[in-house]
Ligand binder design. Structure first.
Ligand SMILES: *Cc1c(COP(=O)(O)O)cnc(C)c1O
Length: 459
């Protein structure tokens, strides 16, 4: 590899001189220098100093089959030699996106048998918004174009993605959101449930907020509701079981389409191919990306339900939308092989019946009593740890975000990569983690919490 001709200092210097990173305070980065990851294998990543770090985030929620898969490299190599690229515009097609579309139709919840490709989750959500609004226009209801979303939602970082999302800091830099998108409360019981309110009652109340927003805009003006089945970047906020069925009932009652953003939850993370199946709901669109290729290639697939697709095909004429790399043959070849690996190794079944329940239990038993831990929660292989100053009062350290950043830094130093969202610690490991890997992670996180306690309480 060519980078091996360069020293760590040279790489860091060039990084600071030329590279504008995503979601980064550049002044901070340039002062502190970046952590440069040079290789990875199985569940581990390695930095330039040779540190071995357990990757508790599967890259960025995406490397579901783990690192170092020769089969995926071979699939890309073979496809690149045969046909590195051709487009899917103008009634052209190439084999791998076709075969992948057929495969996705097979594993998707029933009624979702059509696929529109892009290269990222953000692009797929742009497609979803355009498609849903186009659908209602084709149905003779162009005014039915409002979309209801939620505070704390993450739907990507393009202008449409940011507008759909409910991140206040991102909206603050948007200088003009896509119109007709409104945000309601998320189903985040830890902070938003009333004292004594049951989980079930809270889930129904959070769903009622969706109905109130629909009624306020007027159901005749509302195209769709969009949500992540489990909110990811917003802090692994897991809804009570009562939430999604009630949201679906409300959407149907008002003839509002249901859009699920499964960019994180798709492809096994919740113990089913899609969280729609875990939650028992039937959405009209499912946005997927990340784990579709386990991150080995950039690719997104918007799964489109028969209701929308039927209208598009019958009444649509040309839909003036698409990307140069829609249905990229190399990315689709890698996705096909990735789905084959997930199936062959029984990774989804393993999450459902073994590692998912074990992760929840291990985190609760080993970390739940720690005095910095306000709550531990998990769903499949998604988990969150709330960091607090005072457990009983659910009081946070001041300023918000300091405590979890401190835990994260200690976690990385003890050898487990985690993320901090405000004062919530996040885990989203590869599906190849075993019980032994989970034990190793819990041990390291416990050590990081102890070190953070010393620093936060006495530092
Ligand atoms: C990551 C993510 C996106 C955006 O995907 P990109 O590939 O980064 O554009 C959208 N929705 C959710 C739920 C995500 O986690």
């Amino acid at each position: 590899m060519t980078y091996q001709n360069y020293s760590l200092a040279q790489l860091r210097e060039a990084d600071a001189a030329h590279h504008l990173h995503p979601f980064t305070d550049h002044k901070d980065l340039r002062a502190a220098g970046s952590r440069i990851i040079t290789r990875a294998d199985g569940p581990f990543i390695y930095d330039t100093e040779g540190n071995e770090i357990l990757d508790g985030m599967a890259g960025l929620w995406c490397v579901n089959v783990g690192y170092g898969r020769d089969e995926l490299a071979d699939a890309a190599y073979t496809q690149m030699k045969e046909l590195p690229y051709y487009n899917s515009f103008f009634r052209c097609s190439t084999p791998t996106p076709v075969l992948l579309a057929r495969k996705l139709a097979e594993i998707a919840p029933s009624g979702l048998s059509q696929v529109f490709y892009g290269s990222s989750g953000s692009e797929a959500n742009d497609t979803a918004v355009r498609l849903v609004r186009h659908y209602w226009a084709l149905e003779g209801k162009p005014e039915k174009n409002h979309i209801i979303s939620r505070n704390w939602a993450y739907h990507g970082s393009t202008i449409a993605g940011t507008s759909l999302g409910g991140m206040a800091a991102m909206h603050g830099q948007l200088h003009g959101a896509v119109p007709n998108i409104t945000h309601v409360m998320p189903p985040y019981a830890y902070e938003l449930a009333e004292d004594g309110e049951s989980d079930e009652a809270f889930g129904l109340r959070a769903a009622r907020a969706v109905e109130e927003a629909i009624l306020e805009a007027g159901p005749e003006n509302v195209a769709a509701f969009i949500g992540e089945p489990v909110m990811g970047a917003g802090g692994v906020k897991i809804p009570p079981a009562s939430y999604w069925p009630e949201v679906q009932r409300i959407c149907r009652k008002h003839d509002v389409l249901l859009m699920l953003d499964e960019v994180i939850t798709g492809y096994g993370r919740t113990g089913e191919w899609f969280a729609a199946q875990s939650m028992g709901i039937e959405p009209d669109t499912i946005t997927t990306a990340k784990a579709l290729t386990s991150g080995y290639q950039p690719l997104s697939a918007l799964l489109v339900g028969d209701r929308i697709a039927g209208t598009l095909v019958e009444k649509g004429g040309e839909f003036f939308h698409g990307y140069t790399y829609s249905g990229h043959p190399v990315a689709c070849a890698v996705a096909l092989k990735n789905l084959e690996i997930i199936e062959r190794e029984g990774l989804i079944e393993r999450v459902r019946s073994e590692t998912g329940p074990y992760l929840g239990k291990a985190l609760k038993e080993r970390l739940g009593d720690h005095d910095l831990v306000g709550e531990v929660r998990s769903f499949g292989l998604l988990a969150a740890i709330e960091i607090v100053k005072d457990k009983a009062a659910k009081k946070r350290f001041d300023p918000v975000g300091r405590a979890a950043s401190c835990v994260r830094d200690h976690a990385i130093a003890t050898g487990v990569m985690m993320r901090a969202v405000n004062d919530t610690m996040i885990l989203s490991p590869p599906l190849i983690w075993t019980k032994a890997t989970i034990d190793m992670a819990c041990e390291r996180i416990a050590r990081a919490l102890d070190l953070a306690r010393t620093e936060l309480r006495h530092g």
